[in-house]
Ligand binder design. Structure first.
Ligand code: RB5
Length: 150
């Protein structure tokens, strides 16, 4: 992966995992844009998906990480934005496929369903795996976003 800023956001259900993944990104020397929330706040996950989508639209970050309790609500909210291809990931296979085949620009985790070590592994794979293009580019184009933009 070339030098990028990664935007990170969560609701209260994902805040501990979000903090751990910010540390993981910092350990790798990656610039992190932490859009919140912070521990102790109870917030609404669509607001945090929207903040992250805006950061990617503005060019403040090139990819993103979202976390809520299950990962479900925040991924639904993120995917309402045309430029977002958010993948809810539970394992290494999914982390690799969402990049190779789907050109996902946002990885999503459930803070109450996925442990820190699994999430770290998956995030590393997400960052290090390239989109394969070819027939997958045609399919991603049909999603209406811009394949290969990030
Ligand atoms: C918050 O309690 C929880 O509903 C939220 O984090 C998420 O799991 C929704 O999909």
């Amino acid at each position: 992966m070339t030098s990028q800023t990664i935007a990170v956001a969560s609701d209260h259900g994902g805040v501990e995992l979000k903090q751990a993944l910010c540390e993981f990104l910092a350990e790798r020397g990656i610039e992190v844009l932490d859009l919140g929330t912070q521990p102790g706040e109870s917030v609404d996950y669509p607001d945090y998906a929207d903040k992250l989508a805006q950061a990617l639209a503005d060019g403040r970050a090139q990819r993103g990480v979202l976390v809520c309790g299950s990962g479900i609500g925040i991924s639904i909210a993120a995917n309402r934005h045309r430029h977002i291809r958010a993948a809810l990931i539970h394992d290494a296979y999914g982390a690799r496929m969402c990049r190779q085949h789907n050109d996902a620009n946002v990885i999503v985790f459930g803070g109450r369903t996925t442990g820190v070590e699994v999430a770290r592994d998956c995030l590393g794979i997400f960052l290090d795996t390239e989109f394969e293009g070819g027939r997958h580019a045609r399919r991603v184009a049909k999603l209406g976003g811009e394949p290969g933009c990030c």
